[in-house]
Design a protein around this ligand. Structure first.
Ligand code: SF4
Ligand code: SF4
Length: 353
């Protein structure tokens, strides 16, 4: 429940409440502050996750910086966390189901979005209040789902996603501050229904194997973005369903997301870009266009990794085969990039010999 500030509270001018008022004025769905010590439980959960699925250790090692932000920022005393809802944007049919929605509507570095602007504005406001702050816009400065849960802004469900009343279609952003502050809400969301396993049962790669338990390196979101650099030899490449970049399957099937997405608004620039991201157009895409228009938005792949989009797309074409894809697969057998060639040739052998 959102706390309503009385006029008296506002007069008191407590910094937490001043930032809260600003956050709601800027359009955030939720806002909270936790003392940094509330992140201690995250460290325990972090180790527990590795113990449950030891093969996940190399993946989680890269996130170890999120466990103890004080190592890098010894002055940090609290965490401000905000939630923005993106489950309101129109999803262009050409990319629906192929590109994960969190990437389509990613405002983290997109200066044209109002979410990005709100992040800039609240940052400026906190600095004007005299706070020292630090954030990491792309990859987070703390375990953000945990921080948001500790702030009472929502809950983490069995598929590991963070949910508010808007379902899991929300983005999180956090800042460390140098002031002891606390503003915690009480979430009023129901837990997952007893016995529900829809998310686990629908996971095409079995990455999500039990409640709150997954092998991140088997997740399609990993394999099609910052992982999966050797998809031609990856046995899971036949289980990437209809995904080209990212995966929403365990969120799409979740009953707690039912009816939560309402397509009311256009996301800046997406209606122009989306038609260029059909499987056929990805296979024909030139590097200049990719670097200028695609990579800045989908930044998990580098400016030199158009080849990875094409390998992902070849997997998509094989897994969702139509005769119309044959010329693209055949042409890719002679591509100058080794991975594209390898993927296309193995598909070609499988389908046409
Ligand atoms: S995002 Fe996709 S692959 Fe990853 S756990 Fe969810 S359903 Fe499985
Ligand atoms: S699908 Fe069921 S178990 Fe999975 S997160 Fe949603 S409600 Fe929870």
């Amino acid at each position: 429940m959102r706390k309503i500030l009385s006029r008296g509270d506002q007069m008191l001018g407590k910094m937490e409440q001043m930032i809260q008022s600003k956050a709601y004025e800027l359009g955030y769905e939720k806002y909270g502050i936790i003392p940094l010590k509330a992140m201690e439980g995250y460290a325990e959960r972090f180790e527990e996750r590795i113990q449950k699925v030891p093969a996940s250790e190399p993946f989680y090692q890269r996130q170890r910086r999120l466990v103890d932000p004080r190592a890098e920022y010894p002055w940090a005393k609290s965490v401000v966390v905000v939630v923005s809802r993106y489950g309101k944007y129109k999803i262009p049919p050409s990319v629906k189901g192929h590109i994960a929605k969190s990437f389509l509507f990613d405002a983290r570095v997109d200066t044209n979005t109002k979410e990005y602007q709100a992040n800039q504005d609240i940052e400026k406001y906190m600095q004007e209040l005299g706070l020292r702050i630090e954030t990491n816009s792309k990859f987070g400065i703390v375990g953000m789902r945990w921080a948001a849960m500790q702030a009472g802004l929502g809950i983490i469900r069995r598929n590991n996603f963070f949910y508010t009343q808007s379902g899991s279609w929300v983005g999180l952003k956090a800042w460390l501050t140098d002031k002891e502050m606390e503003l915690i809400e009480t979430p009023s969301l129901p837990q997952c229904p007893k016995g529900c396993k829809r998310c686990m049962e629908s996971c095409p790669t079995h990455s999500l194997s039990a409640d709150y338990t997954m092998l991140p390196t088997a997740c399609i979101s990993f394999l099609t973005t910052f992982g999966g650099r050797d998809l031609p030899h990856e046995p899971l490449n036949k289980h990437l369903a209809n995904c080209i970049y990212g995966c929403d399957i365990c969120q799409d099937v979740c009953p707690m997301n039912k009816g939560k997405w309402q397509e009311n608004e256009d996301f800046p620039g997406l209606s122009n870009l989306a038609p260029k991201l059909t499987p056929e157009n990805i296979m024909n895409m030139h590097l200049d266009f990719y670097r200028e228009r695609v990579q800045p938005k989908f930044f998990y792949l580098s400016p030199d990794e158009l080849w990875k989009w094409k390998v992902n797309t070849l997997c998509f074409m094989r897994n969702n085969y139509q005769e119309a894809y044959k010329p693209y697969i055949t042409a890719a057998c002679d591509d100058e990039n080794e991975k594209i060639r390898e993927m296309a040739r193995s598909i070609s052998l499988e389908l046409y010999n």
